[in-house]
Write a protein that binds this ligand. Sequence first.
Ligand code: BDR
Ligand code: CA
Length: 314
Amino acid sequence: KTRIIVDCDPGIDDAIALLASFVSPELEILAITTVSGNQPLETSTQNALKLCELGERTDIPVYAGSHRPLLREPIRGQYHGTTGLGSCNLSEPTKTPEPAGAVEFLIERLLLAAQEEQPITLCALGPLTNIAMALKIEPSIARGIKQLVMMGGAYREPGNRTLTAEFNILADPHAAHIVFSSELKIVALPLDATHQVILTPDHVARFSAVSGRISKAVSELMMSWDRNQVERYGSRGGPLHDPLVIGWLLAPEHFETKSVRVFVEYQSELCMGQTVADWFYKTGLEQNCQIVTQVNSASIIDVFLERFSRYQTV
Ligand code: BDR
Ligand code: CA
């Protein structure tokens, strides 16, 4: 089993990613940590707790993390609705967050993983604030991290929040800079990858046909994710950003990557939060990231559909 910690800001697509991880027996979810991003920290955390309850995974501890980015003022996600979960209404959780904070937990757990020589895969679905804080406070946690698989950045594709920046990086560019300057092994799913996987109404209909309350929630989340921006995405629907982090762990054969050096712009007003890659090895600097460049969209959607369908029979 792949042991993971999911750092997230649910968020509709974060929610789909979490539910996909719950129904994937090859993943062992050690904890969920939450961060300010799409929604304020309190809402992200409540949403994570609600999702655990829906998925009957109250065994997974949830740790609340950073209230705000390292230096910038918070920005919030668009398209996630007022609760962060679109039109998917989940009941209030009985479960509560753990007493320790996310950064404290990450440091303790990753140091233990380093000591036991059993490094853990970190999945980052939101701004990188918690992970950057943990790395700054205790750089040796890097030895406890097998790899960081993150959704974020935009390379050959334009930004989705500004002309040049993708939301997760723009929301905390200083944190992203710290993470990309660390020794971590990083796999990044940028907009270049996630815009290849547009969940159309036809796809959503296939998810809606699966019975059970998890799939019902998934199809409600997916319906709320339809942007109706045909000009931009080539069809109706929405890009499946965060779930691709889980998809990469489940079926890496459906993805192509390229190893490059990545830099994050955190000073310019115009290009704040832009991710810049050294595609042709001009800087002579060591590669610090495997960027996903190609995704087999139909196959990866089938992987998710198969996981949700199979779960109902268990
Ligand atoms: C990212 O921004 C958020 O709104 C989504 O949850 C995703 O993590 C896409 O740019
Ligand atoms: Ca997210």
